[in-house]
Design a protein around this ligand. Structure first.
Ligand code: NAP
Ligand code: GLV
Length: 356
């Protein structure tokens, strides 16, 4: 209800002019010479619109939510762009390379994801347009739930019990006290930070590795390239929340996996390209890595012939650790459009130099 009330005010500024001016070009208003010319002009003139593209998400919940919140702003779904000059905001997940450069009057590129690697890989991305990511917007609860489940799965040796069940084997395994189990979190941002806060009451030892050092009560902090090896050396269950950047691509490879203690487990819910999959398979098969729960992959969907599907120590999920839920995200999208229209920085403005 609050959203609808606020949006009425916003939408007036997006509605096609009806009295003394017409926007013959997005962002530029011209006086009408006569009412009949004005009527003709408004037929020709593109409205300021929002363009949606996602390879994973249905547009309908977004159409419903955004046309309710922004009734004066037409909602298009690629490839039905209308007049490309009228597109003011692109709300996108993994758009085709080159798509965004065809929109000359963009004022904001809004990622449906918390990550923006899917945008930054486009060599033709218009880099002068603000690129904005989702800040939590419903991801934090889901990612933390997944990571909590994964940590408990490995801590309570559920993968091994599952394997025993396939052999009809009744065999209790040694229990490790929670206070002797160390969970290491890569990335202490919005999502990694939320997970740490929710994990701590369970009594695990916790540590984090990030670009800059953190002061989080009860969490051992490691930072920078020099902090990675000591961080890994004490991590028994590793959970990856990093953004994918040139610095983090392939960060989980044979060399770094070898730094983990024998039997350590991996939870990757960030990006497939963080992990060198062949190196993980080798480490699993050598018994150095005890198990892996993987939500993201180098190639998605994971090809049917991929060895992860049938590996007894690997749990595969189809990139669902955090799913875009329109009703939880729309207020952030609307607020960011408002901010950009007012000339203020949006929440989640991506720092192109850092890459996240
Ligand atoms: P964020 O708030 O930007 O946090 C990123 C964290 O990573 C920060 O703590 C940052 O360090 C750290 N970091 C970045 N580069 C680093 C480097 N080179 N070395 C060490 N640490 C580095 O991002 P977020 O919102 O938590 O999202 C994290 C990622 O989760 C997204 O980028 C996305 O890939 C992934 N994700 C996946 C799903 C899914 O469904 N599987 C859903 C949502 C998000 P500083 O704090 O020092 O800057
Ligand atoms: C999903 O993977 C995201 O980046 O939000």
């Amino acid at each position: 209800m609050g959203r609808a009330a606020g949006s009425a005010k916003l939408c007036r500024s997006f509605a096609a002019p009806t009295s003394s001016v017409a926007n013959d070009q997005v962002g530029k208003s011209v006086p009408r010479r006569s009412s009949s010319l004005g009527a003709r002009a408004s037929r020709l003139v593109p409205l300021m619109s929002i363009l949606f593209f996602s390879i994973d998400d249905a547009p309908e919940p977004w159409r419903v939510a955004l046309t309710r919140a922004l009734p004066g702003m037409p909602f298009h779904v690629w490839p039905d762009v209308g007049d490309p000059r009228g597109v003011r905001y692109a709300l996108v997940w993994k758009p085709p390379v080159g798509m965004l450069k065809t929109l000359p009057n963009l004022k904001g590129i809004l990622s449906l994801g918390a990550g923006v690697d899917h945008l930054l890989l486009d060599p033709e991305l218009p880099r002068n347009v603000p690129i904005v990511r989702m800040v939590d917007a419903g991801y934090a609860d889901q990612m933390s739930e997944y990571a909590l489940y994964a940590v408990l799965h490995f801590h309570r040796r559920m993968g091994e019990y599952r394997e025993q069940q396939t052999r009809v084997q009744w065999q209790p395994l040694e229990a490790v006290p929670v206070a002797q189990r160390t969970v290491g979190v890569m990335g202490a941002g919005v999502l990694g930070g939320d997970f740490l806060r929710k994990l701590q009451p369970l009594g695990f030892r916790t540590r984090v590795w990030s670009r800059t050092a953190k002061a989080l009560a009860g969490v051992e902090s490691f930072s920078g390239p020099e902090g990675l090896a000591p961080f890994l050396a004490g991590t028994q269950i590793l959970v990856n929340f990093l953004p994918l950047t040139p610095q983090t691509r392939g960060i989980l490879d044979a060399k770094t996996l070898a730094l983990l203690p024998r039997g350590a487990c991996i939870v990757n819910i960030a990006r497939g390209a963080h992990l060198v999959e062949a190196d993980l398979l080798a480490a699993l098969d050598a018994g150095h890595i005890g198990g892996a729960m993987l939500d993201v992959f180098a190639q998605e969907p994971l090809p049917a012939e991929h060895p992860f599907w049938s590996h007894p120590r690997v749990v595969v999920t189809p990139h669902i650790a955090g799913q875009a839920i329109a009703e939880l995200m729309v207020s952030q999208v609307v607020e960011n459009i408002r901010r950009i229209e007012r000339g203020e920085p949006p929440h989640g403005l991506v720092d192109l130099a850092r890459g996240y």
